[in-house]
Design a protein around this ligand. Sequence first.
Ligand code: AMP
Length: 416
Amino acid sequence: MRVLLLGGGGREHALALGLVGDPAVEVLFAAPGNPGIAGVAELRQVDPADPAAVAALAVEVGADLVVIGPEAPLVAGVADAVRAKGVPVFGPSAEAARLEGSKTFAKEVMTAAGVPTARAYTCTDAQSVGRALDEFGTPYVVKNDGLAAGKGVVVTDDRDVALRHAQECGRVVIEEYLSGPEVSLFVVTDGEAALPLLPAQDFKRVGDGDTGPNTGGMGAYAPLPWAPPGLVDEVLADVVHPTLAEMRRRGTPFAGLLYVGLALTAAGPRVIEFNARFGDPETQVVLALLETPLGGLLHAAATGTLAAHPPLRWRDGAAVTVVVAAEGYPATPRTGDVITGADHPGVIHAGTARRAADGALLSAGGRVLCGTATGPDLTAARDAAYALVRGIELAGSHHRTDIAATAIDGRITVPD
Ligand code: AMP
C-alpha cells in the first residue's frame, strides 16, 4: 500500500510511525511533514489545505490511501477532492467535518440524536451573551463557534473575561459547566461500523495542577486506570452510534476519526466536544499501544469495509507523552531556537524545522517536541517519558511536570 499523510505536527509524526510499522505499507509520503517525519517518509511540499493540490499529489504518487491529520484540510474539503479522484481517503467530507468546524452544528446534531451534552446557546450580541452567562452561572464556558486550534474556549469565573472573549469571537456558544474528569475517546468509523480505540486523557492547561490558559494539549496518557468498566460501550451506544445514524440521515455520513471529548459527570458521561480527526497529543499515546497494523485499519475505514476488520489488539502496559513547549507558548511562542538532544526513539516532532545552512534542528511552533514512552505501567511510562524530556535542550522551553500524576496517585474519582 502506498500512503500519503497530510500534516506536519506531533499527531502526524505519531501517525507516520504507526503507518510505517504496518508491513502492508510499502511507501509513505507526507505533505508537508516535519524533520521527524522525514526520517520515515518522503516529504512533499504541498499545502495540505489546498484540495486540488492534494488530489493531484495523491494521483501523482499513486496513493492507495490518503490519511488526513489536521482539521483545516477536512473543513476545506480535501477529503472530497481526493475521493473525487477515486483515491480512498481517511477523513470525513467537508460537510461531515462540520461536527468539528462549527460548535453550533455539533450541538444541533447532538440534540437531534439525543446525545447527552451540556445545554448551550449560540450568541452573537452582548445582550444574549449576558443572558446566557446569567442563566448558567459560574464557571462560565464561552466557546468560539469556529475552528480555533483547541484554544477558542475560555472557562472562567470572571464575567468580564467571559464577556470580552465573546466579543472578540463574534459568534460564540455559551454552555453549562460540566464537572468531572475528562476522557478523549477516538473512534475509527466508515460511517456505519465503529471501532473504539483506548480512552486517553490529555492536559489542556499550560501549567501544573491545571492552571493557566488552555493550550492545544501539554501531555497525555493511556489507558485510564480510573475509567469505569463499561464506559466505552456506554459511549458507543449513547453517543457514537446515534451521532453516526444522524449524520447518515442527513445524507452526510461521517467516515474517518470521530473524536469524542467527554466529561464524566455525576449525571453520567456528557460530550464536551466532537473533533473530526485524531487528537494531539493523545494520538501519540494511543498509537504507541496499538498492535493492530494502522494502515490496514485506516484503509478499511476509508473503503467502507470496517465491519469485516478483525478486533483491535493492544499492547499491555501504558503510554505517556509530555509536550515540550516553546518559550511564550501559548500566547506568543518564540521560534527559531536550536534544539539538541531530540535524536532519540520516542521523541516526537511537533513544531520543528531544519536550518537550511547546516541542518540544525530548530523550534518552529508552540508545541515543539513530545517525549513519548511506554512501560509496564503508568509510573514506568511516565518516568521514561520524562527521561526523554530531560535530555532535550531548547532555550526557554517549558513543560508540565505532572502529566499522569493524579492517575498514578489514585487521585481521580468519577462522581457517582
Ligand atoms: P474544547 O475545545 O471544546 O474541547 O474545550 C477545551 C477545554 O475546555 C476542554 O477540554 C475542557 O477542559 C474545557 N471545557 C469545554 N467545555 C466545557 C464545559 N461545558 N464544562 C467544563 N469544561 C469545559
